[in-house]
Design a protein around this ligand. Structure first.
Ligand SMILES: [Fe+2]
Length: 201
């Protein structure tokens, strides 16, 4: 009998890293977010509940330049990892918005249409202000879950990340995710973005 061989197909990546010296960056991002909120106190209605959502073009503002360049650097590595042939194109931030979750604010489960990767950067994350969670994208797997010896990345049906100030996550845009309610008294502030490829002429 030959050896039992296992190959894992169709895995789902979520990339995580912490931005160095994020305090200064976060101060300037908070200022621009407050300015945007003064301009448009209503904000947009998307997956956010009991929270404020900015317009989706923040990446064009000069105050976002440093953040966009951090995203560019990391996505360059991701392209190599994904083995994409990107000699004539590159990933670009297509839209970018801030979210403020007040007490009990949360985001319904959603995915991000018309983009390839999405991400979120955390500016203010008080304790208990709500984890982001991702759901196994294979709906058929939900039908029957055998008892587990151990919950890990190959057996779980859902994974959540506790946001930390200065942390960024990048994930496939089709991956269903949501944000738990903010149970702290303070606001939870983050900036999200979508990436798409653009051909270099
Ligand atoms: Fe999202």
């Amino acid at each position: 009998m030959s050896q039992l061989q296992r190959r894992d197909w169709f895995s789902t990546p979520i990339w995580q890293f912490n931005v160095k010296n994020s305090q200064d960056l976060n101060k300037s991002l908070l200022l621009i977010i407050e300015k945007e909120q003064r301009k448009d106190p209503q904000g947009l209605k998307r997956s956010n509940q009991l929270g404020w959502h900015s317009t989706t073009n923040l990446h064009h503002q000069k105050e976002l330049r440093d953040l966009v360049s951090i995203i560019d650097n990391q996505t360059f590595k991701i392209i190599q990892e994904q083995k994409w042939n990107f000699t004539n194109c590159r990933l670009v931030v297509d839209n970018c918005w801030a979210t403020i979750n007040y007490k009990y604010g949360f985001s319904k489960v959603h995915s991000h249409a018309n983009s390839i990767f999405s991400g979120v950067y955390y500016i203010s994350t008080p304790n208990g202000s709500g984890n982001i969670f991702f759901i196994d994208p294979r709906p058929g797997k939900m039908v029957l879950q055998p008892p587990l010896q151990e919950v890990d990345c190959s057996t779980t049906q859902q994974v959540s990340y506790q946001p930390q100030t200065g942390m960024m996550l990048i994930f496939p845009s089709w991956l269903w995710h949501g944000v738990e309610p903010n149970l702290s008294e303070e606001i939870r502030v983050s900036i999200s973005f979508n990436l798409i490829w653009s051909f270099i002429s």
